[in-house]
Write a protein that binds this ligand. Structure first.
Ligand code: XMP
Length: 518
């Protein structure tokens, strides 16, 4: 295991992903967790992430006392990245100071001493890297040596070979450091001697074991299916583990897309052969959402209502089975956890809540059902890979992600007004480029603008179109449509969707925006 101690960098999750892509299992936990949380995982390598702090600030986060001594006496390799390097330097008796010139963006570094971390690179070799720091290592602790420096003379890479400490001032995990992946590879395989052998098949076997240990031999389990990749893969996995003691429910919350309920129910029966109970809770959700405009409040209300529906379903099953289901399966993914500012145990204590995903930050505190979240440590593309192994039909695996709160987060403001949900349902149709896009949808804006339709002045709503490409939903770029395609879509929307006379195209990436608008 390669363990990442998170000190709040926006790139921390990328370190985890990059290492997994080298077939090495990696996990991320909060950098300030007690030593026992680290030692119990028995990692061979620990990576200290970057972070937005300065080690000189009073409340700057740090690793637990005893960490360095534990790493030393157990032969553990430690790599500090950016803030992680500063921490290592400071805690080992060196000095970190505010750099004379701050370094942000692409920079060149030069190798000063050959070192395993740079593979076959020779002294004098240069490479472009991505820097983002104000502080820098001024005096190194005893035993540390400079391995590379930046153009401006700042320490860019260090090693203390005997004690197995390494540090990089730049971010090897971002694609803007073109040789960063090679550096991580050299560090893990050549310097630390890690074995590459982590496979999705192992994840599946391990998760099936975990589920079986958790659920008693006569316990029943509910699974909330949305028709999307995550919940379908989660359900299939749990079904492998406990068979027909799994009971699936699909909730129509009134916030679904055009004919989605019919389509999902049909494909479940035809392709998955998992019995699913469909519940129409449109009234229940929409009445609770009436008048609500705050995005976080909407998400919390939706999370709570889902649980009410699941509780009612559990009661109904109790009447039929004689035993109440005690567990609820959800297809929560790692990014949902990362961005929802989650409960302890999941890292990210130094980063901010981006949004409360309905199945993480939106759950009520007094929930009685215990959660089974077998995908909680996986990214979307890894879930698709697991789905392939579980032989989940391709029609499910290729589906674009659709957020649990549904169209509620695509109608800005009150979802129950202005016929907004119907406007959105009519605005989006498949167009043959589905597979090259991560997600494509329309957003209902609560503004009206002046137009002219049929020689008449109109004062109607605006919809924004958003289509993005992404690998895991954590970062995204806008999809570059052909001009003719856009012309066609805009014409169709303005001609066919009542109450819309203007269409805008959202061409922001994530960051700075998120994919959904709320
Ligand atoms: P954002 O909008 O945060 O979205 O950039 C990243 C990905 O997550 C989806 N999303 C959600 N999925 N429950 C979900 O299951 C939610 O509450 C939720 N909010 C956003 C979003 O559609 C995108 O794919």
């Amino acid at each position: 295991l390669v363990l990442i101690l998170d000190f709040g960098s926006q790139y921390t999750h990328l370190i985890t992903r990059r290492i997994r892509s080298l077939s090495v299992f990696s996990l991320c936990i909060s950098g300030t967790f007690p030593l026992s949380s680290i030692t119990s995982l028995n990692p061979k390598v620990v990576i200290l992430s970057g972070g937005p702090h300065s080690v000189h600030a009073d409340d700057s986060p740090s690793f637990a006392d005893g960490f360095v001594e534990w790493a030393q006496s157990n032969g553990v390799f430690v790599l500090g990245i950016c803030y992680g390097l500063h921490l290592l330097v400071q805690r080992l008796g060196g000095e970190v100071r505010v750099g004379e010139k701050q370094e942000y963006g692409r920079m060149e570094i030069e190798v000063e001493k050959s070192c395993g971390i740079f593979g076959g690179k020779k002294v004098g070799d240069r490479q472009v890297v991505w820097m983002s720091h104000g502080d820098e290592a001024a005096t190194l602790p005893n035993g540390f040596e400079v391995v590379a420096r930046s153009q401006q003379g700042a320490v860019a890479a260090v090693e203390d070979k005997d004690r197995r400490f390494y540090g990089l001032q730049y971010h090897p995990e971002v694609t803007h450091s073109p040789e960063g992946m090679e550096t991580l590879r050299s560090f893990l395989f050549e310097v630390c001697g890690v074995n590459a052998g982590w496979k999705m098949e192992d994840v599946m076997d391990e998760e099936i074991k975990v589920i079986n240990n958790m659920v008693g031999s006569d316990d029943h389990v509910i699974c909330a299916l949305s028709g999307g990749v995550d919940s379908t893969v989660a359900a299939t996995l749990v079904h492998r583990a406990i068979g027909d003691r799994l009971h699936c429910i699909f909730v129509d919350n009134g916030l679904l897309r055009y004919k989605e309920r019919e389509r999902v129910m049909e494909t479940f029966e035809r392709d998955l052969h998992l019995p699913v109970t469909c519940v129409d809770a449109t009234e229940q959700f929409l009445s609770k959402l009436k008048g609500v405009v705050d995005p976080e409040l909407k998400r919390k209300i939706i999370g709570k209502e889902f649980i009410c529906v699941f509780d009612a379903f559990a009661k109904e099953l109790e009447n039929n089975l004689g035993k109440k289901p005690a567990f609820l399966v959800q297809g929560t993914l790692y990014p949902d956890v990362i961005e929802s500012c989650p409960p302890p145990g999941t890292g990210r204590t130094h980063s901010h809540t981006i949004k409360s995903h309905h199945n993480v930050g939106g759950l009520p505190k007094d929930m009685k059902l215990k959660l089974i979240e077998p995908l909680k440590l996986l990214f979307k593309d890894e879930v698709r890979q697991l789905g392939r192994i579980l032989t989940v039909p391709y029609s499910f695996l290729k589906r674009h992600p659709f957020p649990g709160p549904g169209l509620a987060v695509r109608v800005l403001g009150d979802v129950t007004e202005n016929n907004a949900l119907d406007t959105l349902r009519q605005s989006i149709k498949d167009a043959g480029i589905y597979d090259s896009i991560w997600q494509a949808f329309a957003v209902f804006l609560p503004v009206k603008s002046v137009g002219v339709q049929g020689d008449q002045r109109t004062h109607s709503h605006v919809v924004a179109l958003r289509a993005v490409t992404s690998q895991d939903g954590m970062t995204a770029d806008w999809y570059h449509f052909e001009r003719e395609f856009l012309d066609d879509v805009v014409q169709k929307i303005c001609n066919n969707v009542r109450g819309v006379n203007r269409v805008a195209l959202d061409i922001t990436s994530k960051p700075p925006s998120t994919i959904e608008w709320e």
